[in-house]
Design a binder for this molecule. Structure first.
Ligand SMILES: *[C@@H]1O[C@H](CO)[C@@H](O)[C@H](O)[C@H]1NC(C)=O
Length: 217
């Protein structure tokens, strides 16, 4: 991973070294009959029962045939992944699901702390996608090409979605990514396939990318 170069590019070193330690508290809004109140809870003993059900009912990714939803309530995001993919634990990535046979077919979510509020503060979809692909999503040895980058808004939040191709000596990877800023985090979801399987996989992978959404914690 070339995370460090991307971090310095975003000027995020300070936020990372100042990141809260285990003793910090998280704040959640809870709905009580008649009033809303802010409660503080320790991160290690998060009483999820206190969280309003309605809040996540509208937030959880909508079900779609051939896909399974995953919702991370602690980090505030959800997405759909293709039925049959298995969850694997990879250091430095918050969540990864992969096809057990095709190694390049997987989806992963990563988060970095940021003081920015909006992805648009970092530049245009093209600029941000180019930088992210070159500095983080592909090793420097690979030739990369940004195919397209677009912006869409959902619930008042801007998301950048992009498609790119990365050429390694023995294979070519065709990938999709989506990024968004919220909750003091820079979220990245990426998925892809070997170029030879792109035609077969692209609709499925597009569904995964389009399903990604974050919720204010
Ligand atoms: C996921 O796919 C990427 C390429 O798209 C690859 O570099 C990475 O090793 C894969 N991860 C896993 C866990 O298979």
């Amino acid at each position: 991973m070339h995370l460090l170069r991307w971090i310095s590019c975003l000027g995020l070193e300070q936020q990372i070294s100042a990141a809260p330690t285990s003793s910090h508290q998280d704040y959640f809004l809870t709905d009580r009959p008649g009033r809303r109140q802010l409660i503080a809870v320790g991160t290690t003993l998060v009483p999820w029962v206190l969280l309003s059900h309605e809040k996540y009912a509208s937030f959880a990714a909508e079900n779609k045939k051939g896909f399974l939803p995953v919702t991370d309530k602690k980090d505030g995001y959800s997405f759909l992944y293709p039925f049959g993919w298995q969850e694997v634990v990879i250091e430095g990535q918050d969540k990864v699901f992969k096809d057990v046979i095709e190694p390049l077919e997987n989806v992963s979510v990563t988060m970095l702390p940021t003081t920015k509020q909006d992805i648009r503060d970092l530049g245009s979809p093209q600029e941000v996608a180019e930088t992210l692909i070159k500095k983080v999503l592909a090793p420097p040895s690979q030739k990369t090409k940004l195919v397209q980058a677009t912006e869409h808004d959902a619930d008042g939040k801007a998301y950048y979605t992009f498609e790119f191709i990365a050429q390694a000596p023995t294979y070519t990877r065709h990938a999709l990514g989506t990024i968004c800023i919220g909750n003091g985090k820079f979220y990245t979801l990426t998925t892809g396939a070997n170029e030879r399987r792109w035609g077969k996989m692209k609709d499925k992978l597009q569904t995964v990318v389009d399903s990604f959404q974050i919720v204010n914690l």
